[in-house]
Design a protein around this ligand. Structure first.
Ligand code: C5P
Length: 405
C-alpha cells in the first residue's frame, strides 16, 4: 500500500475485560497494512498495558490530553484518522458518547472527529439490556455512529446473554469493510441480514501456473479480484469460506481459510480435500487448460533450434465437482470474447451446472469493475456494471434466491 492509500484508524480502548481482544484486533489491522494509533482510557490500562499496544502497533499509546506539549493530541489524531473504532466500548463510555461528554482524551477525540465512528460494545447482559444503555445506543445510531455487535454468549461474569464483544476477526472484517465503503449506513454489518449464516462456501480464484522448467511457465491473465470479492461478500453474509487461490498479489480476506496453490493439479487436490463439506462451490479461477507433459527440473538452455513442448489437458475442476454423486450447488464463470449468450448457454449445459456467470473477457480482466450476465434455468439476468464487491453481493443474493442452499 502506498502512503496515499494507507488507511489510519484510532483504536480507542475503554475499561472492560474484553480489552484483551483489542490486542489481537490491533495485530490483525496492522497485518492488513492499516496504521493503528491506540488511545486508552485510564480504566483500560488496568486491563491491558499500553506497552503491549505500543509493541503491536509500533506507536506510543495516547493516554491523556496533556501528554504532548500543546495538549493537542486529540485534534491531531482525529484530523488524520479515516475512522475511530472504540473496542471495547463500556456502557459508561457509550453514555459519554451519547451525551457528547469530553472529559478525557478518548472522549475528546471522538467529539473532535471528522471521520466515521465505530463502536463495539462489551458489557454484562444486564447492563446492555438496561433502558439507559438502550436509549444511549439508539442515540448513537441516530447520530450516525456504526455499531459493531454486541454478540450473545458466555460472559466474563459466568452468565450467558447479550453483551459480549465480537471476536477480533469479526471486528477487523467489519472495520475493513467500513474503510472500503464509508458510505455504508450506520445499520452496517451486524444488522445486515446474514443470509449465508453457517453455509460453507468453497471458491477457486486467480490463475494457475504450469511450469515449463525451473523458471518458466504458462499462465492465464487473471488478477483474482472477482473470486476474492466473492469470498469477502460471502464472509459478510455469514458464510464459512474456503478460498483455493492461485498466485495473486491480493490481500487474503480476513476470516477465510485460504489454501494457496500454484498449478491446476494442486488446485484440484485442494478442492477434492474440501468439497465434501461444501454447500456451494463457486469456480472463479482461470485454470490453465493445458500443462507441459514433462516440465524440466532445470532451466532449459536457450539455443537457435526450435523447441517443441508437449501440452496435455488439465482436469476440469468444475466439471469434476458438478459430476460428483452429491455435488454442492455449483456456480461457474465464463469469460468470453464474443457471442456471450450462445457460448455461456452451451457451457452451462456442458458443465452440468445450475448457474453460470458470464462476462466479456476484454471488460473484466484486472479491472475493478465489471458487468455480469447470469444464466440459469429461468433464463438470463443482467447484473449491471459495478465494482466487483457489489457484483459479488448481487451474485450471492441470486444464489440465495435460487433456494438451493
Ligand atoms: O471451460 P471454461 O474454462 O471456459 O470454463 C470456465 C469455468 O470452469 C470457470 O468457472 C472455471 O473456474 C472452471 N474451470 C475449472 N477447471 C478447468 C477449467 C475451467 O474449474 N480446468
Amino acid at each position: 500500500m502506498d502512503q496515499a492509500q494507507t488507511k489510519r484508524i484510532v483504536l480507542g480502548i475503554t475499561g472492560g475485560i474484553a480489552a484483551y481482544k483489542a490486542a489481537e484486533l490491533a495485530r490483525l489491522l496492522v497485518k492488513q497494512g492499516i496504521e493503528v494509533q491506540v488511545a486508552m482510557t485510564e480504566a483500560a490500562t488496568h486491563f491491558i498495558t499500553p506497552a503491549t499496544m505500543q509493541a503491536l502497533t509500533g506507536k506510543p499509546v495516547l493516554l491523556d490530553q496533556w501528554q504532548d506539549d500543546k495538549g493537542m493530541a486529540h485534534i491531531q489524531s482525529s484530523r488524520v484518522a479515516d475512522a475511530i473504532v472504540i473496542a471495547p466500548a463500556t456502557a459508561d463510555f457509550i453514555a459519554k458518547l451519547a451525551h457528547g461528554l469530553a472529559n478525557d482524551l478518548l472522549s475528546t477525540l471522538c467529539l473532535a472527529r471528522d471521520c466515521p465512528l465505530l463502536v463495539a460494545p462489551a458489557m454484562n447482559k444486564q447492563m446492555w439490556a438496561n433502558a439507559a444503555t438502550q436509549r444511549n445506543v439508539q442515540q448513537l445510531l441516530a447520530d450516525g455512529v456504526t455499531l459493531l455487535g454486541p454478540a450473545s454468549g458466555v460472559q466474563a461474569c459466568g452468565e450467558e446473554g447479550m453483551g459480549r464483544m465480537l471476536e477480533a476477526e469479526e471486528l477487523a472484517r467489519d472495520i475493513l469493510e467500513a474503510l472500503q465503503n464509508p458510505s455504508l449506513s450506520p445499520a452496517l454489518s451486524r444488522q445486515r441480514e446474514r443470509e449465508l449464516d453457517g453455509v460453507k462456501v468453497l471458491i477457486t480464484a486467480g490463475p494457475t501456473y504450469e511450469a515449463i522448467d525451473a523458471v518458466r511457465g504458462i499462465t492465464n491473465r487473471s488478477s483474482g479480484k472477482m473470486g476474492y470479492a466473492i469470498a469477502q461478500a460471502a464472509l459478510e453474509m455469514g458464510a464459512q469460506v474456503t478460498l483455493v487461490s492461485g498466485p495473486t498479489a491480493l490481500t487474503k480476506p480476513l476470516g477465510a481459510q485460504v489454501v494457496d496453490v500454484t498449478s491446476a493439479a494442486e488446485m484440484l487436490a485442494a478442492v477434492q480435500q474440501n468439497v465434501a463439506q461444501a454447500d456451494v462451490f463457486i469456480a472463479v479461477a482461470a485454470v490453465a487448460d493445458y500443462r507441459v507433459s514433462k516440465p524440466a527440473a532445470q532451466k532449459i538452455k536457450k539455443s537457435d533450434a526450435s523447441l517443441t513442448l508437449e501440452l496435455i489437458p488439465n482436469p476440469d475442476i468444475l466439471a469434476y465437482v458438478a459430476n460428483l454423486p452429491q455435488p454442492p450447488f455449483c456456480v461457474g464463470f465464463a469469460a468470453e470474447s464474443e457471442k456471450l449468450h450462445e457460448h455461456a448457454t452451451a457451457k452451462r449445459k456442458k458443465k452440468n451446472i445450475p448457474l453460470l456467470a458470464a462476462n466479456l473477457a476484454q471488460d473484466a480482466i484486472g479491472s475493478d469493475d465489471n458487468e455480469l450476465v447470469l444464466f440459469d434455468d429461468a433464463g438470463e439476468h443482467l447484473l449491471p456494471r459495478a465494482d466487483k464487491l457489489t457484483l459479488a453481493r448481487a451474485l450471492l443474493n441470486h444464489i440465495v434466491g435460487m433456494k438451493k442452499i
